[in-house]
Design a protein around this ligand. Structure first.
Ligand code: MG
Length: 252
C-alpha cells in the first residue's frame, strides 16, 4: 500500500495512492484503521506533503555506507551514529530546496527512510521490523562548508527545506536487493544497493530506540552512499528507490 499526505484546498489529508488517483483517508490511517471517505482526488491536482505528523522527529544515521565514509575521509563508525534534523526542515515531493545565503556548498544525500508505525522503546533487533510502518525516500540536504566549520551537524543539516521526504510511504517495501539512485538534472550521481548499509534496519531501530522512544510517524534516515555532491540553483534533484518511487525537488 502507498500512503501519501497531501494538501487540497489548504487542508492536509492522507490518501491511498491508487494509480493516478488518491483515495482519501478519514484521518491519519494508523489512528483511524485505514477508513476512507470514498472521495477520490487526481494525484496531479494535489501538492504532496512530507508523509509525517507535525510532532514527528527525524532521526538520521551518519556514515552508514563504507564508500561514503571513505569519501568523507574517515572510517565508518562501529555503532550507528545518530543525529537529528528539525521538523521544520521537512518539505514534500516537488517543493523547492532553498540554498541559504551563508553557505557556498549545499549537497544532496539520497537516503532510504524508515517510517515508524508503533511506539518503540528498547526494541530488540529480532522484533524491530514489527515497529516499521513502511519506507519512503529522503534527501539529507547538507551545507557542507558549515558542517566542516561547526564540527557538529545540527546547523548544517537543519536549515528550512533541508529534508525533502516522500513522495509517499510504501508499506509493502522489501529491503533486499533494492537500488538507490540520485540524479541531478537527469545526470546519475549516486547508485548503490540498499544491501550495502553497514548497520541494517533492525540494528538501527534497536540502537535508536535504546536512546529515545520512537513514536508512530517518526522517520529514520538510514544514511547515504558515495557520490554526494553540490546542488546549484535551477537544478532538479531526483532520488529513486526501486519499489518506492521517486522524490524530486527543484533547487533555488
Ligand atoms: Mg545523510
Amino acid at each position: 500500500m502507498r500512503v501519501a499526505k497531501f494538501s487540497i484546498a489548504g487542508e492536509a489529508r492522507f490518501g491511498l495512492v491508487d494509480g493516478p488517483e488518491l483515495v482519501v483517508f478519514k484521518g491519519h490511517p494508523l489512528f483511524f484503521n485505514y477508513e476512507t471517505t470514498g472521495e477520490r482526488v487526481p494525484l496531479k491536482d494535489v501538492q504532496l506533503l512530507p508523509p509525517t505528523l507535525p510532532t514527528s522527529k527525524i532521526v538520521c544515521i551518519g556514515k552508514n555506507y563504507a564508500d561514503h565514509a571513505a569519501e568523507m575521509g574517515g572510517d565508518a563508525p562501529k555503532e550507528p551514529l545518530i543525529f537529528l534534523k528539525p521538523s521544520t526542515s521537512l518539505i514534500g515531493h516537488g517543493e523547492t530546496i532553498v540554498r541559504p545565503a551563508i553557505s557556498e556548498r549545499v549537497d544532496f544525500e539520497g537516503e532510504l527512510a524508515i517510517v515508524i508505525g508503533a511506539i518503540a522503546k528498547d526494541v530488540s533487533e529480532a522484533d524491530a521490523l514489527d515497529y516499521v510502518w513502511g519506507y519512503t525516500i529522503a534527501n539529507d540536504v547538507t551545507a557542507r562548508d558549515i558542517q566542516d566549520k561547526d564540527g557538529q551537524w545540527t546547523r548544517a543539516k537543519g536549515f528550512d527545506t533541508f529534508c525533502p521526504l516522500g513522495p509517499w510511504i510504501e508499506t509493502e517495501f522489501e529491503l533486499d536487493g533494492q537500488t538507490l539512485e540520485t540524479r541531478v538534472d537527469g545526470d546519475l550521481r549516486q547508485h548503490a544497493s540498499i544491501d550495502l548499509l553497514i548497520h541494517k534496519v533492525p540494528r538501527i531501530i534497536q540502537h535508536v530506540s535504546q536512546a529515545m522512544t520512537l513514536l508512530p510517524g517518526d522517520v529514520i534516515l538510514t544514511g547515504t552512499p558515495a557520490g554526494i555532491g553540490p546542488m546549484e540553483s535551477g537544478e532538479v534533484v531526483e532520488i529513486s528507490i526501486e519499489g518506492i518511487g521517486s522524490l524530486s525537488n527543484p533547487v533555488e
